[in-house]
Design a binder for this molecule. Structure first.
Ligand code: B12
Ligand SMILES: Nc1nc2c(ncn2[C@@H]2O[C@H](COP(=O)(O)OP(=O)(O)O)[C@@H](O)[C@H]2O)c(=O)[nH]1
Ligand SMILES: [Mg+2]
Length: 410
């Protein structure tokens, strides 16, 4: 594999096959990969072949790594390789391990059937990391043969690579901003989601996605999830996909982006990625999740430094924000279109609701506080939040009125 090397971090999708709950090996591997400057998109355990293939395509990964312990590896690895090939994505190799459960004889069969490599019990982690970096790094080039989600995914990878050259960040390099939008099959409504780490942004987006899929039976939704890169190694564990239950649907396009040193709360390629998704004309709704942001952050540029990156912003808080004074300092509470107090199953939620409502009243902008428990399926607070987003979409984006009114807007 002597393809042109990339200067950007390698991206690997890891997963454990269906009917297999052995995730401790893959967890070790994930951490080690990230420590070696690799970006890991972890899909989780008990994953179906179709879900793994969909994720590999949308994330445009360099390679798929499977960790398999419960038997069935000969059939499962083959299925992944076959599905990738059949969908025109056979350039993505598949490799993995499973300790002593995969024998050398199995490996020979698996290699004939499209698996690139198996790591056996006792292989030192250091050796694996060196080989992975040596063999799977390659520059992402445009490929006219890529269709559908892979074409979109490759365009985003190229945007990531062009905003990150030789390890040094270039500022926002999106050249298409400000150009008139082409005539599109659909105009997307873009919602930026910010808030402290652990507030439940990803869980809430997932629940909102389920509302979208239910209420809009033919539409597509895109999720752009930004996660931090490790400042020392440059690697990252892009973990938002693992909790995205409803992303396992062909109507969802999910892409993880590592910040790669950008301190804005978004990858430097996020503006370009948003444009790529919008200009595809594929999506009714796009959620962009920032990394867990601090008090002064404005990841979506809603306070006027250049055009806002999104059509609306949702700020998500958990009840334990640290008291009234801390609340006063959060800049985004002044400008967010929608504010959600999530984790309302928490004992502090009652007080938090009163404090945040008082904080919003000071802004005089009629911001409504939504109270949600995203961890609970069918939470009525999430239903109301979804309706509020649909209403915003219909007032600010008239072209979405019909779509969302049939979809059950407020
Ligand atoms: C830990 C363990 C468990 C833990 C799992 C904890 C967890 N959350 O993962 C617990 C106790 C829960 C468990 C449960 C079960 N287990 Co168990 N388990 C193991 C054990 C002891 C170790 C596996 C492990 O994590 N190894 C650590 C990794 C890091 O090292 P390694 O395996 O040598 O892997 C190397 C390479 O292969 C590579 N690698 C591995 N994966 C990947 C992935 C990538 C991308 C890369 C690059 C490399 C790579 O990394 C290592 C480098 O040296 C194995 C026995 C064994 N010694 O392998 C049994 C074993 C896998 N379990 C087994 C069984 C049967 C079960 C149960 C069905 C038992 C039961 N009846 O309930 C359940 C099923 C659980 C489920 N839901 O699927 C059998 C499987 C037999 C088979 N396939 O025919 C084994 C082999 C034990 C045995 N000899 O019977 N198990
Ligand atoms: N108790 C409770 N836990 C939640 C709720 N929403 C999310 N969580 C959990 O909070 C943790 C962080 O959620 P996540 O969505 O990853 O937060 P993010 O960092 O803001 O994206 C996860 O363990 C979730 O399962 C909720 O409403 N109640
Ligand atoms: Mg998240």
């Amino acid at each position: 594999m002597a393809a042109a090397k990339s200067t950007t971090p390698l991206r690997i999708l890891t997963a454990v096959p269906v009917c297999d709950g052995h995730d401790s090996a893959v967890t070790t591997i994930n951490i080690e990969l990230a420590r070696h400057g690799i970006e890991v998109i972890y899909l989780g355990y008990h994953q179906a072949a179709a879900a793994i293939v969909r994720a590999a395509i949308q994330e445009d990964v360099n390679v798929v790594g499977l960790s398999s312990y419960n038997g069935g590896h000969i059939v499962f690895f083959k299925e992944i390789a076959d599905q990738l090939k059949k969908s025109g994505n056979g350039d993505i190799p598949v490799f993995g391990g499973g300790g002593g459960t995969i024998t050398h004889a199995d490996e020979r069969v698996m290699k004939r059937q499209g698996t690139d490599r198996i790591y056996f019990a006792g292989t030192p982690l250091k050796q694996m990391m060196a080989e992975i970096k040596r063999d799977y790094a390659r520059a992402a080039k445009p490929n006219p043969k890529f269709k559908g989600d892979r074409a979109l995914a490759r365009a985003i990878t190229i945007a990531e690579e062009s905003s990150f050259v030789g390890g040094a960040l270039r500022p926002d390099t999106n050249k298409s901003r400000g150009k008139p939008a082409p005539t599109l099959a659909k105009n997307s409504f873009v919602v930026g989601v910010a808030g402290p780490g652990g507030a439940g942004k990803s869980t809430l987006i997932d629940e909102l996605t389920s509302r979208f899929l239910r209420k809009n039976p033919t539409g597509r939704i895109a999720l752009l999830a930004n996660d931090p890169s490790h400042p020392d190694s440059g690697g990252a564990i892009l973990g938002d996909r693992v909790s995205a239950i409803y992303a396992q649907d062909d109507r969802v396009f999910f892409r993880s982006l590592a910040t790669r040193g950008s301190l804005t709360g978004l990858s430097a390629a996020a503006p370009a990625a948003i444009d790529i998704l919008k200009n595809s004309g594929e999506f009714d709704l796009i959620f962009v999740e920032s990394v867990g942001v601090g008090q002064e952050s404005d990841p979506f540029r809603i306070f006027g430094q250049g055009p806002a990156l999104v059509d609306a912003t949702l700020f998500v808080l958990a009840p334990y924000y640290g008291g009234l004074i801390q609340l006063q300092k959060i800049a985004l509470l002044n400008g967010a279109d929608l504010v959600a107090l999530n984790k309302c199953d928490h004992p502090m939620a009652h007080t938090a609701k009163a404090e945040i409502q008082a904080r919003l009243n000071q802004n005089g902008k009629d911001q409504i506080l939504h109270t949600t428990t995203a961890a609970k399926h069918f939470d009525p607070g999430v239903d109301r939040l979804f309706s509020a987003i649909a209403t915003l979409a219909s007032t600010r984006h008239p072209s979405l009125v019909t779509r969302h009114s049939t979809g059950g807007a407020a």
